[in-house]
Ligand binder design. Structure first.
Ligand code: FMN
Length: 222
C-alpha cells in the first residue's frame, strides 16, 4: 500500500495506549483531506471478518448540511442520555476522588461533543450489512465482530496520522433519523458507531489510568 501521508513516531504500544476518545481537542476548523480518510479506511479493511465476508461499510460525511443535521440528532440523543442517572458518564461514582475527578473530566468532554458533533469536518458512521435485531447471539456477535475491529483499526490509523476520533453510539436512539439523512437502507444496514474525524490540537495523548489486567482475566475458568 502506498502511504500518502506521514505518520507520527509512535511505537505500537504507544499507539495502542494513546488512542483516546478525542472531543475538546478536535480541530473543528482544519479540513481533512479525502485521501487521508481513504488511507485510514484501506488499513481498516485489513481487519478480520467472519468467513472473510468483509461486510463492514463506512459512510463518510463531509457535506456540511448533513453533518449539521446529524449533529442535531446527536445533540437531542445526548440530552436524553444526560438524564439517565447511573448511565450518564457524569453520574457514575467511580469510588475514589482521583477516579471521580477523571470521570468529571470525561463527562465535560462528552458534554462538549454533545454540542459540537456536527461541526467536525468529517463524520464517520460504521455500518454492518445485515441487522442484529432479534437474531440469536451467534449471529449478533458475528455481525458486530465483522465491523467493530475495522472501526477500531480506523481509529488507530487516524491517531497515527495526527487525527482524532471518538467512538459514540448515542445517536442510535434515533438510528432511523440518521439513516434517512444519509439514505442508508435501514431495513438491511445497521449503524453501529458514529465518530467525528478531525486533526487533533497537538498530538501528545497519554495512556489512561486503567485497573490491572488481573482484575479482568479469568485464568482457566470464570
Ligand atoms: C460502545 C461505546 C460507546 C460509546 N458511546 C459514546 C457516546 O455516545 N458519546 C461519547 O462522547 N463517548 C462515547 N464513548 C466513548 C467513551 O466514553 C470513552 O471511550 C471512555 O470514556 C474512555 O475514554 P478513552 O477512550 O479516552 O479512554 C463510547 C465508547 C464505546 C466503546
Amino acid at each position: 500500500m502506498v502511504r500518502a501521508m506521514s505518520t507520527l513516531a509512535l511505537t505500537p504500544d504507544e499507539l495502542l495506549s494513546s488512542t483516546r476518545a478525542v472531543r475538546k481537542r478536535l480541530d473543528l476548523t482544519r479540513p481533512v483531506p479525502e485521501e487521508l480518510v481513504r488511507e485510514c479506511v484501506q488499513l481498516a479493511m485489513q481487519s478480520p471478518s467472519g468467513s472473510n465476508s468483509m461486510s463492514m461499510q463506512f459512510v463518510v460525511v463531509r457535506d456540511a448540511d448533513k453533518r449539521a443535521a446529524i449533529g442535531e440528532v446527536y445533540r437531542q440523543c445526548y440530552g436524553i442520555y444526560t438524564k439517565l442517572d447511573g448511565v450518564y458518564i457524569g453520574s457514575i461514582d467511580k469510588g475514589d476522588e482521583q477516579a471521580n475527578a477523571q470521570q468529571r473530566r470525561s463527562a465535560s468532554s462528552a458534554d462538549y461533543l454533545g454540542e459540537h458533533m456536527g461541526e467536525a469536518p468529517v463524520l464517520v458512521i460504521a455500518c454492518n450489512t445485515g441487522r442484529t435485531d432479534g437474531q440469536p447471539g451467534i449471529a449478533g456477535a458475528s455481525m458486530m465482530g465483522n465491523v467493530l475491529p475495522a472501526m477500531w483499526s480506523l481509529m488507530l490509523a487516524a491517531r497515527a496520522r495526527g487525527l482524532g476520533m471518538c467512538w459514540t453510539t448515542l445517536h442510535l436512539m434515533q438510528e432511523q433519523a440518521v439513516a434517512e439523512i444519509l439514505g442508508i437502507p435501514f431495513e438491511s444496514v445497521q449503524q453501529v458507531c458514529l465518530s467525528p474525524l478531525a486533526y487533533t490540537k497537538g498530538t501528545d495523548f497519554k495512556a489512561a489510568a486503567r485497573p490491572p489486567a488481573d482484575s479482568i482475566i479469568h485464568w482457566d475458568a470464570w
